[in-house]
Design a protein around this ligand. Structure first.
Ligand SMILES: Cc1cc2nc3c(=O)[nH]c(=O)nc-3n(C[C@H](O)[C@H](O)[C@H](O)COP(=O)(O)OP(=O)(O)OC[C@H]3O[C@@H](n4cnc5c(N)ncnc54)[C@H](O)[C@@H]3O)c2cc1C
Length: 393
């Protein structure tokens, strides 16, 4: 049985998944979360089989089958006339190909499902990390509330503004990525007249794109509408925008898009921030995971999925390295993870340009390429979906 004690900073999707995986492997794990309680706001999340496979293995299958939705298809369409650019089956195709479904789920549901696999008394809320120091044979960390803790290994799963990252590599503010999202949830009865298939649709147009899919066992339709902006001076998942403002941002778009926005009671606005990829994630007995080390634009739908993968690879490295120096296990973890997440960071960035092309020759070339390559469906994403993060390869 592993003897090490592990402190995880941050109880988001990444931190909680890592905590469950490490605990199931026999480690003594505690989580320190800045918020006074565990919460996730901001609507839905799309998860490919590379992530759902992990969650099913960790024991969350029944809860996910209850709370999540299995979209039948993914459908890319033109912003104005709704013409199909690509369409591919998602379920049961993902299970046939990769042994796990593609799911769409409300973030709060996902967070509480994962949290149910970890003892609540070991999640220390109200603990905002402010510093840490490697003492050679252990790490010490301290918090804004005055608490100090020690652990054999500390893992920063504290998101894009990671305090542990700043402690290890110096403070550097993330940069506004020139994109803002309008996000909303609509009770399905309000859009019943649209006769939507239980699937995921994304509409691409000049300077923006709009995505919608079902969450909460099919009771809610989640939407995210991205538009490009030059500046932004706030950064908050829960900043309110008016529905009218979102409708203005999607002026001239297909009636289905506008109908979905107007069916929302309220919507939230969220700004996209970015960081350059880090050359390393670990120093001694401390490492990072998820958005703390590799935030990515959500245009491959893989940010949370990669945080989930990080947790199981990290667990496998610590198990394999039991008895050796923790720093070696952490180095192995980041060596295994960095090429994959860097590729996804780059692809996600490229999709911002690709999805937002103005109508004209480049957009026509993209549409022709999509029709030919059909690269958004699960058959074309074997490298991404067939990957087993618990295998040390
Ligand atoms: C609009 C949008 C849509 C997205 N869609 C998808 C999608 O479909 N699929 C997908 O896989 N990903 C998606 N993503 C990306 C995904 O949401 C993130 O990559 C993921 O949530 C990162 O998880 P995390 O656990 O690393 O960080 P976070 O979720 O940010 O969690 C960090 C946690 O650390 C805590 N914390 C922060 N600082 C401290 C501190 N100093 N001390 C203690 N605790 C601290 C925070 O309170 C928080 O609980 C999307 C993102 C956006 C914005």
């Amino acid at each position: 049985m592993p003897q090490r004690t592990i402190a995880i900073i941050g109880a988001g999707i990444g931190g909680l998944t890592a905590a469950v995986a490490l605990r199931q492997a026999g480690f003594e794990v505690d989580i320190y979360e800045q918020a006074p309680e565990l919460t996730e706001v901001g609507g839905g999340i799309n998860m490919g089989p590379n992530a759902t496979r992990i969650l099913y293995r960790l024991g969350f299958g029944d809860a996910l089958d209850r709370e999540a939705v299995r979209p039948a298809s993914t459908h890319q369409r033109r912003w104005q006339d709704g013409r199909t650019l690509q369409r591919a089956p998602l379920n049961p195709r993902c299970e046939e190909l990769y042994g796990a479904p593609h799911l769409t789920v409300h973030r709060a549901d996902l967070l509480s499902i994962i949290a149910s696999g970890f003892p609540a008394e070991r999640v220390h809320v109200g603990h905002r990390l402010v510093g840490s120091s490697d003492r050679g044979d252990h790490v010490e960390a301290w918090f804004e509330n005055g608490a100090r803790i020690t652990a054999d290994v500390v893992i920063g799963a504290d998101g894009i503004h990671s305090a542990l990252r700043a402690t290890l590599f110096g403070a550097e503010a993330p940069v506004f990525a020139g994109c803002v999202a309008y996000r909303g949830l609509v009770p399905v009865e309000r859009v019943a007249d649209l006769g939507l298939e239980i699937g995921s649709q994304s509409w691409v147009g000049p300077g923006g794109h709009f995505v919608h899919y079902f969450v909460a066992g099919g009771r809610l339709l989640n939407f995210v509408g991205w538009t490009e902006h030059d500046t932004w001076n706030r950064e908050d998942w829960t900043d309110r925008a008016t529905v009218a403002r979102a409708l203005t941002a999607f002026e001239g778009w297909h009636p289905q898009v506008r109908r979905i926005i107007s069916a929302a009671e309220t919507c939230f606005v969220w700004a996209l921030f970015d960081r350059e990829p880090l050359p390393r994630w670990s120093v001694g007995r401390a490492t990072l995971l998820g958005d703390a080390c590799h935030p990515m634009y959500p245009f491959m739908g893989q940010g949370a999925a990669q945080a989930i993968e990080d947790g199981v690879t990290l667990t496998a490295c610590l198990v394999a390295g039991e008895g050796g120096a923790p720093a070696e296990a952490l180095s192995r973890y980041e060596e295994l993870r960095r090429p994959r997440v860097t590729r996804l960071q780059e692809m996600s960035r490229a999709n911002k340009t690709r999805f937002h092309l103005a109508d004209g020759p480049s957009q026509e070339a993209r549409d022709a390429e999509w029709a030919r390559a059909r690269d958004r469906g699960p058959d074309a994403l074997r490298w991404l979906y067939d990957f087993d993060a618990s295998t040390l390869r």
